[in-house]
Design a protein around this ligand. Sequence first.
Ligand code: PGA
Length: 249
Amino acid sequence: MTTLIVSNWKMNPRTLKEARRITQATKKAIEKHRGVRGVIAPPAVFLRDLAGRSRSKKVMFGAQNIHWEKEGSHTGEHSPPQMKEAGAKYVIIGHAERRALGETDEDVRKKVAAALDAKLTPILCFGESKRDEEGAYLSVLAEQLRVGLADVPKEKSKRVIVAYEPVWAIGAEAAMDAHAVHETALYIKKILTGEYGTGASLPRILYGGSVNEENASELLSHGEIDGFLVGRASADPEQVSALIAAAAS
Ligand code: PGA
């Protein structure tokens, strides 16, 4: 099974020149190693340039957000067909940093459906903001997935990727422990199986939150996941190369 590494550059880097440099480094590392594929989600303003120059079959591009409407009076937003035309094949939806700005599960549901409608692969982000001994966070995860996937019928479920990102592990010092990732991934599979049935091809599961070259291999071998959603380490040419090499090993 191929490992998918999604680069979420967030609002980085400052210049197009630097964006091209990080893209080059990412592509070079992905092309060099077997069993890995990449998706680069740059700031929207760089998307057309970076995707337009790329000939790689192993590295695709993505958007960091979309609106659910195709066009209209939504200042500052981008629609799914616009992102598609600019070169996106994927779109990150419901990232914790957008949820912190007020994005709801209901918004996520509409965006996931709009992405599929535009033939973009949605990467649905979800995750608890804190863990509690009693396990109340598990119902938070179930609810985020249930609402976010509400408009995705069984026959489209394998076109969706879900990215589990515990909010407390994003931008943190350490990633979640690989065994805890494993346990949570099994729980996520249980929820997805509950939604789509045992015979269905389920969405692929990524882990995100402080993934780097040091923890990538351990998280992949024990985590029961199909890849990563990476923030900081993805926007640095040296770090992203090292991370990809570690994930491929
Ligand atoms: P991080 O960010 O890798 O910098 O923790 C992950 C994310 O926000 O997707």
